[in-house]
Design a protein around this ligand. Structure first.
Ligand code: NAD
Ligand code: DAU
Length: 348
């Protein structure tokens, strides 16, 4: 059976890297990128593959179940890789409903349409992309494992946890052939500059304040986005049905150390006197319910599927900074309009 894969959210940050990888690596697959093109979705992320024969873009909303049914029928969708979501924690705090509707109801719509379209056939895959935030917050010690209890704290992570539970329920109740992965913080090119790393790069470049929440001691585990895309490829092709895989970089940084590191690298790149950029660091009111530490134990995917990160963090960070510095028109494009209004309301 020829694979006709529906990738949702393929115009976003991670989704665009996954779409590019699949379109280039698997010319025999038909890749359908279904995306609503919210503020976070940008077709410019996909210019390098947009003319490939096996790539197709569909503008659509996973909140619309009838539309999804039509797409499954018309295109004969055989598999789903589901990334579409509202993804920014701060936005979920100021407006949770869109997260609940897209992340929970949208996932439920996709599950229902896949269930009725695929009946009980087993030669399909419904692969749901999720986050380590569902596990809650760690103290100084320990790691998130695949069987760590869920303990989400933000509307975003609660909506992702809820969608994960629905996906597992469809496996157990209806034998829907599902897979799930939970990944740590991604960084790299094409990430919307509301997230920490691109926001800091953009603000340093423009000599704007670098807002560090609370004390800056919160810890995140950073992974190069193209390594996440490689992990998704490995799980899609080699992972077991019904299984969960944690994906992470074994790469923990406190926010303040990370921001300082970026200041140093960018002093050099922008020809500024050492220490100049650090003066932009501004400690601001903490995020409500701010999780203290995330850290993934990715031993399962390493041992069972042979995946490990390919890039050292220092190298990936430099590449990321270089990409943003040489793609000013991309930043201009995504930071105009609604996003800029949101940014001004929250950060100016
Ligand atoms: P993103 O915000 O950059 O992209 C999300 C995409 O989904 C956008 O293209 C947007 O237009 C689309 N979308 C939103 N609502 C939609 C809807 N109702 N219908 C169709 N399309 C819609 O997000 P991202 O950072 O690329 O994250 C992708 C997925 O990976 C999400 O499910 C997220 O929870 C998960 N994830 C992200 C990270 C991370 O560090 N960014 C880590 C682990 C897991
Ligand atoms: O862990 C995976 C998650 O990582 C994904 O599921 C989310 O979709 C993704 O947005 C990301 O969530 P975070 O909240 O960890 O990422 P963010 O870049 O928003 O923030 C990273 C850390 O930096 C966090 O501790 C909050 C802090 N921060 C963030 C911003 C935007 C600041 O101190 N200042 C800021 O301006």
């Amino acid at each position: 059976m020829k694979k006709k894969i529906l990738i949702t959210g393929g115009a976003g940050f991670i989704g665009s890297h996954v779409v590019k990888l699949f379109v280039k690596s698997y010319p025999d697959y038909e890749i359908y990128n279904l995306d609503k093109l919210t503020y976070a979705g940008n077709l410019k992320n996909l210019t390098e593959i947009e003319n490939e024969q096996n790539y197709h873009f569909i503008k659509g909303d996973i909140q619309d179940k009838d539309f999804l049914t039509t797409i499954f029928e018309e295109k004969g969708i055989t598999d789903v890789i589901h990334l579409a979501a509202e993804s920014h924690v701060d936005r979920s705090i100021s407006g949770p409903m869109e997260f609940i509707i897209t992340n929970i109801v949208g996932t439920a719509n996709l599950l229902e349409v896949a269930r009725s379209s695929w009946k009980n056939e087993s030669n399909h895959i419904f692969y749901h992309i999720s986050t380590d935030e569902v596990y809650g917050s760690l103290g100084d010690e320990g790691f998130f494992l695949e069987d760590t209890s869920y303990d989400p704290r933000s509307p975003y992570s609660a909506s992702k946890a809820s969608s994960d539970h629905l996906v597992r329920a469809y496996f157990h109740t209806y034998n829907l052939p599902v897979k799930i992965s939970n990944c740590s913080n991604n960084y790299g090119s094409h990430q919307f500059p509301e997230k920490l790393i691109p926001l800091v790069i953009n603000n340093i470049k423009n000599n704007k304040a670098l807002p560090v929440y609370g004390t800056g001691e919160n810890v995140r585990d950073w992974l190069w986005v193209e390594d996440h895309a490689r992990a998704i490829d490995a799980i899609f092709h080699k992972g077991e049905l019904g299984e969960t895989y944690n994906i992470g970089g074994w790469n923990e940084w406190t926010n303040i150390d990370l921001v300082r590191k970026m200041c140093q690298i960018m002093d050099e790149k922008l020809g500024r006197t050492p220490g100049t950029n650090e003066q932009l660091i501004t400690f601001v009111t903490d995020r409500a319910g701010h999780d203290m530490r995330y850290a993934i134990d990715a031993t399962k995917i390493k041992d069972e599927l042979g995946w490990i990160p390919s890039l050292e963090f220092e190298e990936g960070l430099e590449k990321t900074i270089d990409w943003y510095l040489s793609n000013e028109d991309w930043i201009e494009n995504v930071t105009s309009g609604d996003y800029q209004k949101y940014y001004d309301e929250h950060y100016s």
